[in-house]
Design a protein around this ligand. Structure first.
Ligand code: UD1
Length: 369
C-alpha cells in the first residue's frame, strides 16, 4: 500500500512524525513525504525534520508565501502532478493549514482517499482561515481521526458518517511525550528562574497595528513583574518592526527568533505561564500542566479549557494582566490530561490505516517528482 503524507507548515511536522514512525512498522506499507514549502525558513521547517528524526521530504513543492488563494492554488497545481505520478492508495493530511485543504481537494477530485489527522476541531469562527480549512478538509476526507470526543460530535453534527471517524487521541502529544526528556536535558543555561512565555502570530492579533501596539505595551508592562520571553514568528516580526518603540528600559521583554521544537518544549515546560494565540500550544500546556492564557475569543480545542489549564482571555488586556497576577500569586488553574493523550495516538492511526481496504490505483501519465 502506498501512503503519501502531505505537510507544509510548522505545526504539521510534529503531527506527521508519530504517524510516519508507526506506519514504518508495517512492511507492506510504502511511505512518501511531500512538503509543500508553505514554511521554508530553516528555523520554521528544516530544523523540525532534524529534531523529530523525520526523513527529508521526498519532494518539496516550494510554494512559499502568498495570499491564501495564491498559496492554496499553487499547492493544488503542483501537488496534482505528484499524485498523478505517484498514484498513492491514500493521502494523509494534518491539522488545518492551507497545505491541508489544498492537498485534500486535489485528492478528492482525483478520487484518491483522503485521511485527515486532527479532524473535527471547530472554533465556530469562520473569520479564521483555519476554520474554513478544517470544515472543508473534513467534508472531503474518507477517514477522519479525532483527538477528542468533541471532534466526533462536531463531525456528526455536520453529517459525516460516524463509520469514517476514529477517536485516536492527540498525535502532537505523542511527539511531546517522546521528546520531553531530551528537551529537559537541553534547557538553555541562562533561563530566568521564573518567566512568562509568549507567542502571537494569528492575523486577528498581529495584523491590526493599534491592537498589536497596545498588546505589546501591556506585555512590556507585565515584564516588570516577570521576564517575558517572546520567540517571534516571521509574520509577527514584520508587524512589530512597524510599531513605535518603547523608551522603557526597565523591563525584561526578550524578543527571540523562532526557536526549534525541542527548545520551545523545554521553555514551555518550565514557564510560569504561557500567553499565546496558537492552537497546538493550548494542547501542549494542558499536557504539561502549565497555565495557558489564550489571546482569542474562541478555541477549536475546548477540551483544553474544560479539562486542561487553558483560559480564554479574549482581547481584554486588563484581564490578561489580572490572570497573570493571579497565577503569580499561586492561583493557577489546575487541569488534567484529556483521555487518550497518552503517546499512542500515532499507533492507533496506523492500525486503522493498515487495516483499511483501498480501491485500485488511478491511471495517469507518468511524471517525475
Ligand atoms: C500558518 C497557518 C497557521 C499556523 C501557522 C504556524 C494557514 C492558513 N495558517 O500561518 O494555522 O498556526 O502557520 O506557524 O495555513 N514566513 C516566513 N518564513 C516562513 C514562513 C512564513 O518568513 O518560513 C512569513 C511570510 O512573510 C508569510 C507569513 O510569514 O507571508 C505568514 O506565513 P503563512 O504560511 O502564510 O501563514 P502563518 O501565519 O505562518
Amino acid at each position: 500500500m502506498k501512503i503519501l503524507h502531505v505537510v507544509g507548515a510548522r505545526p504539521n511536522f510534529m503531527k506527521v512524525a508519530p504517524v510516519f514512525r508507526a506506519l514504518a512498522d508495517f512492511e507492506r506499507i510504502q511511505q512518501t513525504l511531500v512538503h509543500t514549502g508553505q514554511h521554508y525558513d530553516y528555523n520554521m521547517s528544516e530544523v523540525f525534520f532534524q529534531e523529530l528524526g523525520l526523513p527529508a521530504p521526498d519532494c518539496n513543492l516550494e510554494v512559499g508565501s502568498g495570499s491564501h488563494a495564491q498559496q492554496t492554488s499553487q499547492i493544488m497545481a503542483r501537488f496534482e502532478s505528484i499524485v498523478l505520478t505517484q498514484k498513492p492508495d491514500m493521502v494523509v493530511v494534518y491539522g488545518d493549514v492551507n497545505s491541508t485543504v489544498a492537498a485534500a481537494l486535489v485528492c478528492a477530485k482525483l478520487m484518491v482517499p483522503v485521511v485527515h489527522v486532527e479532524a473535527g476541531l471547530r472554533s465556530f469562527d469562520r473569520s479564521m482561515p483555519e476554520e474554513i480549512n478544517r470544515i472543508l478538509t473534513d467534508q472531503l476526507s474518507d477517514l477522519l481521526f479525532t483527538p477528542s470526543e468533541d471532534g466526533n460530535r462536531n463531525l456528526s453534527a455536520e453529517g459525516i458518517n460516524p463509520d469514517k471517524v476514529h477517536l485516536v487521541g492527540n498525535v502532537m502529544i505523542d511527539t511531546l511525550i517522546r521528546m520531553l526528556p531530551t528537551a529537559m536535558k537541553q534547557l538553555p543555561a541562562d533561563l530566568p528562574p521564573e518567566y512568562a512565555l509568549l507567542t502571537l502570530h494569528r492575523p486577528s492579533n498581529v495584523d491590526d497595528p493599534d491592537w498589536l501596539q497596545s498588546c505589546v505595551e501591556m506585555l512590556r508592562q507585565l515584564s516588570h513583574d516577570i521576564p517575558v520571553l517572546f520567540p517571534v514568528h516571521p509574520r509577527t516580526r514584520q508587524r512589530i518592526a512597524e510599531l513605535d518603540k518603547s523608551a522603557d528600559v526597565n523591563h525584561d521583554f526578550r524578543l527571540l527568533d523562532p526557536v526549534p521544537y525541542i527548545q520551545f518544549l523545554g521553555l514551555q515546560s518550565r514557564a510560569k505561564v504561557v500567553i499565546t494565540d496558537s492552537g497546538g500550544i493550548q494542547e501542549e500546556t494542558t499536557y504539561l500542566g502549565v497555565p495557558c492564557l489564550t489571546v482569542r475569543e474562541n478555541t477549536e480545542r475546548p477540551i483544553t479549557t474544560t479539562l486542561g489549564t487553558n483560559v480564554l482571555v479574549g482581547r481584554d488586556l486588563r484581564r490578561i494582566r489580572e490572570e497573570v497576577v493571579s497565577i503569580l500569586t499561586g492561583n493557577a488553574r489546575r487541569g488534567s490530561i484529556p483521555p487518550l493523550w497518552d503517546g499512542k495516538a500515532g499507533e492507533r492511526v496506523a492500525a486503522v490505516i493498515a487495516g483499511a481496504s483501498v480501491p485500485s490505483p488511478i491511471e495517469s501519465p507518468s511524471q517525475v517528482c
